[in-house]
Design a protein around this ligand. Structure first.
Ligand code: ZN
Length: 160
């Protein structure tokens, strides 16, 4: 094992896995759906847990939802709140499922200054689960690109 890897493991262990971002601790009481960390861990897959609860980013190109083109709705993997309609999905070429508009009142936003840049973090309005980020380089009519982790979403088809 490399010394660097060992150091990283010790830091992660000292933080009890990964520390919650400060904004998430501050807003925790505002979300309608709340669970303890232990309950979230039990309710979600490890990948869902890391993205929704600790703002990890899935590997680009890894989501099966990239190739989902049926009519339907994308719901939160944490609480099943409907978030995006299939009509607002587009091919961004980034490797993450991308949408130009969320459903009304579905998401909350927060300024994220991690990784040495300022980005707008996007999360589920109901459970606070981290979904991804929004950028201003999307297509008409909004010009926005909601760059989402597919693992944070579930697709419900409206086709028979
Ligand atoms: Zn949710």
């Amino acid at each position: 094992m490399q010394r660097r890897d060992l150091l990283l493991m010790l830091i992660v262990a000292a933080c009890g896995g990964a520390a919650l971002p400060a904004w998430r601790r501050a807003k925790a009481a505002e979300f309608e759906v709340t669970k303890t960390d232990v309950e979230w861990r039990a309710a979600l897959t490890p990948a869902q847990y890391q993205v929704l609860r600790h703002e990890a980013t899935e590997r680009p190109g890894s989501s099966p939802l990239l190739h989902e083109h049926r009519k339907g709705v994308f719901v939160c993997a944490g609480c099943e709140l409907p978030l995006f309609r299939s009509e607002t999905k587009f091919e961004s070429g980034t490797g993450w499922p991308s949408f130009w508009r969320p459903m009304e009142g579905a998401v909350g936003e927060n300024v994220d200054r991690s990784l040495g840049m300022e980005r707008t973090e996007v999360h589920c309005r109901r459970c606070g689960g981290h979904l991804g980020h929004v950028f201003k380089d999307g297509p008409p009519p909004t010009g926005l690109r909601y760059c989402m982790n597919g693992v944070a979403l579930k697709f419900i088809s409206e086709e028979s």
